[in-house]
Write a protein that binds this ligand. Structure first.
Ligand SMILES: Nc1ncnc2c1ncn2[C@@H]1O[C@H](COP(=O)(O)OP(=O)(O)OP(=O)(O)O)[C@@H](O)[C@H]1O
Length: 379
């Protein structure tokens, strides 16, 4: 989808970058209610200029509502929304400098691709030559120049969604709002579109993108930062890798990837290089401390793929268990072990030999691959 990859040179892309000055988006205690029922509790969140922030969360958690509040399609009952430092709460959608792409393309079926992309510019009364060059640029960025004369029904789902993105880019938005843009596509096309959106972001580094999805792998692949919503409230926010490696609470740990959560007690809170000693049953482990004193109960969070069955260099923590399940799947082996009252999942890429079910098993992990989270459920 890059302009360069299409042999278009870099002009179209660079032009789009120049056009849209990077904009921040700020939610300042934004709350939304429908008929008196609060569906978005006061949300405070800053989206940096040029970043992709993914909003994820279960169905009904308020993701779309938050996006619609930024777009101006729903009015908050309280709080303010800023775009590029300007308070836009009282502005109509078309004056906010944003564009939105939703899951079902929403292309006009009776218009050719080029007319669909030109639509927003025509509505704004842009001059014909400007419209032509903008349409050409936007179609170039999504790799759809050669399809300009087609009708939407003559395009695949993925192509239609590229046109929808081109239409959004043609108005040179300061911020692009994407609401489940890929969820109507089948799995294979979705994967290639995720790569294309990543490339689009690399081509347009000044474009701020708010990306709503319920698909955590899309969020992990694309987002600079992730915000997790639960029951209309922000449950966690952070840089993608940090949130994955050190989820702040149980919900974040379980929603973003699979996590093993083992009850432990902090045994020695004297930190050595940021590490403290915890006890999990009979095993003593070193993990990154969270400032809690000795005697505090915590959940140890370690991802299945961070556990190995062989003591490798750096994998200095060992937990003993009993193997309950072994599922060999070619490149990966999925194993489940019983540790005290908990079940621990392991995803192994290399195994010297397939272990026997029912046997004792030692699992190893690096101290830096585990984190401590509070014991209570949810936020
Ligand atoms: N127009 C509306 N009128 C009344 N209630 C609404 C309206 N739109 C959404 N809601 C309710 O607000 C809550 C949040 O909905 P929202 O669409 O923001 O959730 P979501 O996290 O985007 O969910 P999904 O992943 O299913 O799209 C839900 O309980 C939903 O039923």
């Amino acid at each position: 989808m890059t302009a360069a990859a299409l042999g278009d040179g870099r002009t179209a892309t660079q032009d789009l970058v120049r056009a849209g000055a990077a904009s921040t988006v700020g939610f300042d205690k934004v709350s939304v209610a429908y008929r008196g029922a609060v569906v978005l509790k006061p949300l405070t969140l800053e989206v940096a200029a040029g970043e992709i922030l993914a909003m994820i969360g279960p169905s009904g958690s308020g993701k779309t509502t938050a996006l619609r509040a930024v777009a101006g399609f729903v009015r908050p009952v309280s709080g303010r929304i800023r775009v590029g430092g300007t308070d836009v709460t009282d502005l109509p959608p078309y004056e906010r400098g944003l564009a939105m792409v939703v899951q079902n393309y929403a292309l006009f079926p009776h218009m050719r691709v080029a007319d669909n992309v030109a639509f927003g510019l025509r509505a704004r009364g842009a001059a014909r030559t400007l419209i032509e060059s903008r349409v050409d640029d936007a179609l170039g960025v999504v790799g759809m120049r050669t399809f300009r004369k087609r009708y939407p029904r003559e395009l695949s789902g993925g192509q239609q969604q590229r046109v929808a993105i081109a239409r959004a880019l043609a108005v040179r938005p300061r911020v692009l709002l994407l609401d489940e843009p890929l969820s109507a596509l089948d799995a294979q096309i979705r994967r290639s579109m995720v790569e294309e959106i990543a490339r689009l972001h690399a081509d347009l580094p000044d474009l701020t993108i708010l990306y709503v999805t319920h698909d955590q792998s899309e969020a992990l692949t694309l987002a600079d930062r992730i915000a997790i919503l639960k029951d209309g409230a922000l449950c966690a926010v952070g840089r993608t890798a940090d949130l994955y490696r050190r989820p702040p609470n149980r919900f974040a740990a379980e929603f973003l990837g699979r996590a093993n959560l083992l009850p432990v007690v902090i045994e020695d809170d004297r930190s050595v290089g940021g590490m403290v000693a915890v006890r999990a049953g009979a095993d003593r482990l070193l993990v990154a401390g969270d400032g809690a004193p000795a005697g505090t109960r915590r959940l140890l969070c370690v991802r299945p793929q961070h556990l190995t069955l062989t003591a490798e260099l750096g994998y200095s923590n060992r937990i003993g268990g009993r193997l309950r399940q072994v599922h060999w799947q070619g490149e990966l082996t999925h194993l489940v072990a019983e540790v005290g009252d908990s079940l621990v999942r392991i995803v192994a890429t290399r195994l010297p030999a397939l272990p026997e079910r029912g046997g004792a098993v030692d699992m190893f992990f690096a101290p830096g691959d585990a984190s401590l989270i509070p014991e209570e459920a949810g936020v």
